[in-house]
Design a protein. Structure first.
Length: 369
C-alpha cells in the first residue's frame, strides 16, 4: 500500500516501557517534532492520563483534523479489540485494559493498536529499507526485486515484524513474528533474547572483561573503538558473540521468510562490530549424516552495510539460458540471495509511518466492504 501522497493525518504513538513518544504523520512524513513523556508504567491512572494528555497535545498542534489514532504497544495484547494485556514492562496493565475503546470514546476517532515490531517492519517496508534496496537494484540494472521483509528491533528485548507482499503479517492470534523465544546458541535452556538484548550484551562483556561493575552498551561500544583501552578486545569479543547469537536466530527466521532483513533499536548503532559476525553465522554450513555439508540457508546472506558486499548483492550472477528447441535466450540469475542492514529511518520514525499506513489500510479496507 502506498500512502506517500495521501493527505489524511493520523496521530501516532511509540509506547515503550520507559517513555511514550507521540507524533502525527501525513503522506508517510512526520508532521511534528515527537513529544516524549514518561510512561508511568507502574501506575495505571497516571499512564492512562499520559496517553490522553499526549494525544491532546498533538491534536492541538495540528492544522487539520486527524482521521484516526494508531500506535504501537508491547504484547501480549488483543490488538484487534484494543485491549492491552499482561505486560512485563508496564505492570499496571495486568488483567487487561481496554485502551482502544477508551481513546475512541474520548477523541471520537477510530483507534488502531498493533505490536511495535510489526509496525516498525511495516514502516520500513513502505518508506524505508525495502524500497531503498529495490531502488538500488533497479539503478544497477538488476531484474531482482524484493517484496518480503523481516524487521528486527534490538534493545531491551529482541523483537520482530514480518511484511509479506506489502501486507503486514499479524497471525491468527496477533502473535506472529515473536522471535524472542527462538533457540539461544549459547544457552539451550534460555530464550534467544537472553543473549540478544542489552542485558545479554552486558552479561557477555562481564564474562570477557572480568569486570564486576556493569558497563552500559554505550560504554562497551566506545571501548570497542578505543585502541588505547585494555578492554578493547573484550568489547570486540562481546559484540562478536552478540552477532553470532543474532545470526543463529536469524538463520531460522530467514529460512522461513526469504526476504530482506532490517535492524533498528538502541543496539543497532553498534552494527559495525556485530553485523559481520551475524552474516558469517547465517552463511555457515550444516553437516549431514553422511558427512557432507549443505548451506545453512538456501539463500546467501549479504551485509548491505558493507559497500563491497552490497555491490556483489546488486550485481548478482546474471546469465542467459536458451529455450530448448528455439534460438530464444532469456535472462537468468541463479544466485539466491537476501540482504541484512541497518535502518535509515530509525525505529521510532519507522513505527510512526507503519502505524499511519496500518490505520489507513484498515480504514480503506473497511470502506470497501
Amino acid at each position: 500500500m502506498k500512502f506517500d501522497h495521501d493527505e489524511r493525518v493520523v496521530m501516532t504513538l511509540d509506547a515503550g516501557g520507559t517513555n511514550f513518544v507521540f507524533s502525527a504523520v501525513r503522506a508517510n512524513k512526520l508532521l511534528l517534532n515527537p513529544l516524549q513523556l514518561p510512561a508511568n508504567g507502574n501506575d495505571l491512572q497516571k499512564c492512562l492520563e499520559t496517553l490522553q494528555y499526549g494525544f491532546r497535545r498533538i491534536r492541538e498542534q495540528l492544522e487539520q483534523e486527524p482521521v484516526a489514532i494508531s500506535f504501537s504497544f508491547p504484547g501480549p495484547s488483543d490488538y484487534r479489540n484494543g485491549i492491552i494485556g499482561d505486560l512485563v514492562n508496564l505492570p499496571a496493565f495486568r488483567g487487561g485494559v481496554a485502551v482502544g475503546p477508551m481513546l475512541e470514546r474520548l477523541f471520537q476517532l477510530p483507534v488502531f493498536i498493533n505490536n511495535d515490531g510489526d509496525l516498525y517492519a511495516y514502516g520500513e517496508a513502505i518508506a524505508g529499507f525495502l524500497p531503498e534496496i529495490n531502488n538500488k537494484l533497479e539503478k544497477s540494472g538488476s531484474r531482482k526485486r524484493f517484496s518480503n521483509l523481516l524487521g528486527i528491533t534490538l534493545g531491551t528485548g529482541f523483537g520482530a515484524g514480518i511484511v509479506r507482499n506489502g501486507e503486514l503479517f499479524i497471525g491468527d492470534n496477533g502473535a506472529a513474528a515473536e522471535i524472542w523465544p527462538f533457540p539461544n546458541k549459547l544457552f539451550p535452556d534460555q530464550s534467544a533474547e537472553e543473549s540478544i538484548s542489552i542485558r545479554g550484551l552486558e552479561r557477555s562483556f562481564a564474562k570477557f572483561s572480568g569486570l564486576v561493575q556493569v558497563s552500559s552498551p554505550k560504554q562497551i561500544y566506545q571501548l570497542a573503538g578505543d585502541d588505547q583501552s585494555p578492554f578493547q578486545q573484550a568489547a570486540k569479543l562481546t559484540f562478536i558473540e552478540f552477532g553470532e547469537c543474532l545470526g543463529h536466530a536469524l538463520a531460522y527466521a530467514s529460512s522461513l521468510i526469504d526476504g530482506l532483513i532490517v535492524i533498528a533499536g538502541g543496539l543497532a548503532g553498534a552494527a559495525e562490530f556485530f553485523l559481520p559476525a551475524t552474516v558469517a553465522e547465517m552463511n555457515q554450513s550444516l553437516k549431514l549424516g553422511d558427512g557432507t555439508f549443505i548451506r545453512r540457508t538456501e539463500a546467501r546472506v549479504y551485509n548491505l552495510d558493507d559497500q563491497n558486499e552490497l555491490a556483489e548483492f546488486l550485481r548478482g550472477d546474471p546469465h542467459t539460458v536458451q529455450v530448448p528447441g528455439t534460438s530464444l535466450a532469456i535472462p537468468y540469475d541463479p544466485l539466491k540471495r537476501v540482504g541484512i542492514g541497518t535502518s535509515r529511518l530509525g525505529a521510532s520514525e519507522a513505527m510512526a509511518i507503519g502505524a499511519y499506513a496500518y490505520a489507513l489500510h484498515e480504514m480503506d479496507r473497511a470502506a470497501d466492504v
